[in-house]
Design a protein around this ligand. Structure first.
Ligand code: NAD
Ligand SMILES: O=C[C@H](O)CS(=O)(=O)O
Length: 477
């Protein structure tokens, strides 16, 4: 069995600790294991990052960029190996895994350069004997806690800006997909990052999280995951007023207006809904179609859904892989059952694929859906597309905004006037307009309401790892 280790203070450690086994959700075979680290290992990593910060923070952005550019090159050179590990440990179809490695590498590349553009400013003084300047400085030791669904990109979306800003980092990946993080850190080691700049701790999330929140050396916690865990971290951060960035859950509406190009709408809805087997934070979770085109959209969309190939993600032809585990299947099944109990009809799918070895659920379309159903209110995180009819734009704005989430939304219309008026009234941090896959390294990614605090990517992405220092300079003659 492949026994992987943690990376602390420039050393691969943890061989004597209990092992956390990683299971392939497509066939329930053992992929490998990582150590079950806890409070002690987390504090060792934090201490190492703190010591390293004293020198790393004093390097220039140009020196730091050189390390990041070597890492970017290594990520692309090792794309196939990284993609295969990712597919085996969390089920993502191999072509999407390859895409994630490229996406992940783009954050490293973009922020390698962005670090060189961390500008301060000179502020006009109101007094002749005073000068005013604003300086930017790295926040300090960063702790990054990440989810299983994008096991490399969610790490580089944090590591890129943090390291470029001059911070050092301790990463805690999900126990569902830790091996991808191990492979990423192996490449950090190959890129030559000094010891302590990047540290990896695997194991007990609650204990490692406790150490992160209780250790004063950690100045910033950046979390990507569920809203429920995000709320736990907010409470834990209060004692030391830890800086927090939170990328949390979503429940994206897809809105199709009567004047939409239905081919574009179907293509965008398919991309948004079924990417990563419906397990992304920005997946369309509910589809609203204006009455005049409801049947036409449903027919085209269902035809596309029925054409999806389901299977082990290592098969190049597969577009829908397994869900991460049986709990994920059970949640999806409960949403479908609840919808049917409340009057929805299954157009296609609607069942677990128990004949397969892994945790598979059939791509599903529901029609005649109403707003009271669980699937229209809770993040499903699976390949289920509930399609609800609406009459007016005013009605669909109310329907779309009626949620605690505010991460992503999608609008399909050919009318600039309608699109503009509609989108400006949507309470979402990300909107795809005739586009089902808006994410990129150079733009701010994040949500409103209970979808998070802050943004990752874009110019705002590096601000999360900087402190602003106002300097008032007396120049009295
Ligand atoms: N907004 C975004 O950018 C974004 C991106 C990806 C996923 N997500 C969200 O993440 C969720 C799916 O990922 P998940 O199942 O890994 O989420 P999760 O919240 O269950 O776990 C996320 C991470 O937090 C850790 N964790 C769990 N409990 C903890 C605790 N008490 N203290 C410290 N760490 C703890 C987990 O081990 C994991 O590493 C979905 O809700 C999805 O919408 C959001
Ligand atoms: O699931 C969350 C990811 O952030 C989705 S994306 O690949 O960044 O769009």
């Amino acid at each position: 069995m492949n026994e992987y280790l943690m990376y602390i203070d420039g050393n691969w450690v943890g061989e004597s600790l209990q092992k956390l086994e990683v299971i392939n959700p497509a066939n329930k075979q053992l992929v490998g294991s990582v150590p079950v680290g806890g409070i002690e290992e987390a504090n060792e990593a934090i201490d190492s990052a703190y010591d390293a910060f004293q020198t790393w923070s004093k390097t220039t952005a140009y020196e730091r960029a050189a390390y990041l550019k070597r890492l970017h090159k290594l990520l692309l050179e090792h794309k196939e190996e990284l993609a295969e590990v990712m597919t085996k440990e969390m089920g993502k179809p191999i072509n999407e895994s390859r895409g994630e490695v490229i996406y992940a590498a783009s954050f490293i590349e973009w922020f390698a350069e962005e670090g060189k553009r961390v500008y301060g400013e000179t502020v006009p003084s109101h007094m002749t004997e005073k000068r005013m300047q604003v300086w930017k400085k790295p926040v300090g030791v960063v702790a990054a806690i990440t989810p299983w669904n994008f096991p490399i990109a969610m790490l580089t979306r944090k590591m890129g800006p943090a390291l470029a800003a001059g911070c050092t980092i301790v990463i805690k990946p999900s126990g569902e997909s830790p091996i991808s993080a191990v492979k990423l850190v192996e490449l950090c080691e190959k890129a030559g990052f000094p010891k302590g700049v990047v540290n990896l701790v695997t194991g007990s999330s609650s204990k490692i999280g406790q150490a992160i929140m209780e250790n004063e050396k950690v100045r910033k916690v950046t979390f990507t995951g569920s809203t429920e865990v995000g709320k736990v971290l907010i409470k834990q951060s209060a004692d030391q007023v830890k800086r927090l960035s939170l990328e949390l859950g979503g429940h994206a509406p897809i809105i199709v207006l009567e004047d939409a190009d239905l081919d574009i709408a179907v293509k965008g809805a398919m991309a948004s809904k079924f990417r990563n087997t419906g397990q992304t934070c920005v997946c369309g979770n509910r589809i609203y179609v204006q009455a005049q085109v409801y049947e036409a959209f449903l027919e085209k969309f269902t035809e596309a859904v029925d054409a999806l190939k389901v299977g082990d993600g290592m098969d190049e032809e597969v577009q829908i892989g397994p869900l991460i585990n049986q709990k994920g299947v059970d949640k999806v099944a409960s949403h479908v059952a609840n919808a049917v109990q409340h009057g929805a009809s299954i157009v296609t799918g609607g069942k677990g694929l128990t004949e397969k070895e892994g945790t598979f659920y059939a791509p599903t379309v529901l029609r005649d859906v109403t707003s009271d159903m669980l699937v229209m209110n809770e993040e499903t995180f699976g390949p289920v597309a509930p399609v609800q009819k609406f009459e007016t734009i005013e009605e669909v704005i109310k329907l779309a905004n009626h949620t605690k989430y505010g991460l992503a939304a999608y609008v399909f219309t050919e009318s600039v006037r309608k699109g503009t008026r509609l989108i400006e009234q949507l309470d979402y941090g990300i909107v795809g307009w005739n586009d089902g896959t808006p994410s990129a390294a150079q733009v701010p990614f994040g949500g409103m309401k209970e979808s998070g605090i802050g943004r990752e990517g874009g110019r705002e992405g590096i601000e999360a790892f900087l402190e602003t220092q106002y300097v008032s300079i007396g120049v009295e003659s």
